[in-house]
Design a protein around this ligand. Structure first.
Ligand code: ARG
Length: 464
């Protein structure tokens, strides 16, 4: 069943309209309507440029710009009626405008939806990157606050999920701050990559009309640090390049991986087995069956949602890889994954930031876990090395002490000295002064180590 062609924008050569199913598979307005503010900005700049080069009059420009303001106001008020028969946000806005402003029939001069959507998306990426950065900032602030509160809480650090060496909880948390700070750098790089104006590339090969690409680029804020216009240098690349999409989805996927690892740590730490932290009630849920349960759902959901973020990246890479130059309609599917990546990343980051505010450390349980003297076995090795014993030999000697402790079922630091002294002559009577957590941490004050001064300095650094 075919419709009559309502396609004022491209319907000229068609004698019948698209099938119902063609409309359903072809429409993107259900998801690209969120580009409306950027589409309006782009069109207002386009109108300004067309007037600037004399293709339209100043009166026509003003009518178009005012009309676009009114269309956007209607959209923002929720009064605009989106029509899927008009396919996408671009044609919906243009047709509504044309009904009110006859001069709007000139707006699409020297432009194609191909360079138009590329421009809208680059504006959107710049906006989205600012939102991501703000949410990354709040996670970093929450982590630094919690690190500040846990500078003196010592816990075992783990490798292979086996107790390894003591660290402050603050040092552990600050590891995540490093990750989210690198994420900020990645997001800033995507924003910079997006900061180039494709307008004027047309459908594929630009235009014969006397447009001014720099003028429109500057109006839209596509400029370098000195205020010089940044225009895409190849029209074919400009309409088919989706690298910023991939870069954006990749930055979100990496943020998701970091959030997921953090979530996993907090899920473990809040279990009865660890008991290092108490999660706020507001970010946990109960069980409909087991009255005692308090489940770390927020962190579990974040761990789950991180899979969505990697999926979105995968989708984009797969979609683009086999496409011949230049624009292919496949590329319409590029928007849902990046919109979803932004929405989910913001939700995940904001939830973690808020949840961490309510986290408290259970100092007694941490102290219990870190009391295991075997966590300082490596420090005994260092003690021997300081006495001139070769590292490999010292390692072996301490291994023998650990074996002895297991055999005698006696804590490493409580082994009888007459047994200890038999193992190596350099194990002096003072050998077990090593088993002092405060001393162990204070001995680690080189850059990047968990010494209390290092940790405090890093907290001060992030506070700046
Ligand atoms: N809605 C389209 C998209 O997002 C706009 C570009 C359409 N271009 C075309 N040649 N049909 O990709």
């Amino acid at each position: 069943m075919a419709n009559e062609s309502k396609q004022a924008t491209w319907g000229g050569r068609f004698s019948e309209g698209p099938a119902e199913l063609m409309l359903r598979i072809g429409e993107s307005v259900s998801f690209d309507q969120r580009l409306a503010p950027f589409d309006v900005l782009g069109s207002q700049a386009q109108a300004a440029m067309l007037a600037h080069v004399g293709i339209i009059t100043e009166a026509e420009r003003d009518a178009i710009q005012d009309g676009l303001d009114q269309v956007l106001a209607q959209i923002e008020a929720g009064h605009f009626v989106w029509n899927t028969e008009l396919e996408d946000v671009h044609m919906n806005i243009e047709q509504a405008l044309t009904q009110a402003v006859p001069a709007a029939a000139k707006l699409h001069t020297a432009r194609s939806r191909n360079d138009q959507v590329a421009t809208d998306m680059r504006l959107w990426f710049k906006f989205a990157c600012d939102q991501l950065t703000a949410s990354l900032d709040s996670v970093i602030t929450s982590l630094v606050d919690l690190a500040d509160r846990t500078q003196t809480v010592i816990i075992p650090g783990y490798t292979h999920l086996q107790r390894a060496q003591p660290v402050s909880m603050a040092h552990h948390l600050l590891a995540y701050v490093e990750m989210f700070d690198r994420d900020r750098t990645r997001v800033a790089a995507v924003k910079e990559e997006a900061n180039v104006c494709p307008l004027g590339s047309g459908a594929i090969a630009g235009t014969t009309l006397p447009i001014d690409r720099e003028f429109v680029a500057k109006l839209l804020g596509f400029v370098d640090a000195d205020g010089n216009a940044k225009c895409t240098p190849n029209s074919m690349d400009a309409v088919s390049d989706r690298d910023a999409f991939i870069g954006f989805a990749s930055a979100c996927a990496t943020i998701g991986v970091h959030l997921s690892r953090l979530s996993e740590d907090f899920i473990l730490w809040s279990s009865a087995e660890f008991g290092f932290v108490k999660l706020p009630d507001a970010f946990t849920t109960g069980s409909s069956l087991m009255p005692q349960k308090k489940n770390p759902d927020a962190f579990e959901l974040i761990r789950g949602k991180s899979a969505r973020l990697t999926g979105n990246l995968q989708m984009l890479l797969t979609m683009v890889k086999g496409l011949p130059l230049t624009y292919n309609r496949d590329l319409q599917e590029d928007k849902p994954p990046v919109f979803d990546s932004l929405d989910q990343s913001l939700l995940m980051l904001d939830s973690v930031a808020a949840c961490l505010h309510g986290v408290t450390a259970n100092e007694a349980r941490c102290a219990e876990a870190v009391a295991d003297p075997a966590l300082l076995a490596t420090d005994v090795v260092d003690y021997l090395v300081e006495k001139g014993v070769a590292f490999r030999e010292a390692h072996h000697v301490v291994g023998a002490l650990v074996g002895l402790s297991e055999k005698l079922e006696t804590a490493l630091n409580e082994l009888p000295y007459d047994e200890v002294s038999k193992i190596h002559p350099q194990l002096g009577e003072d050998w077990n002064r090593v088993f002092d957590l405060k001393r162990a941490l204070e001995a680690r004050e080189k850059i990047g180590m968990p010494g209390p001064k290092q940790v405090a300095a890093r907290i001060a650094h992030w506070r700046e």
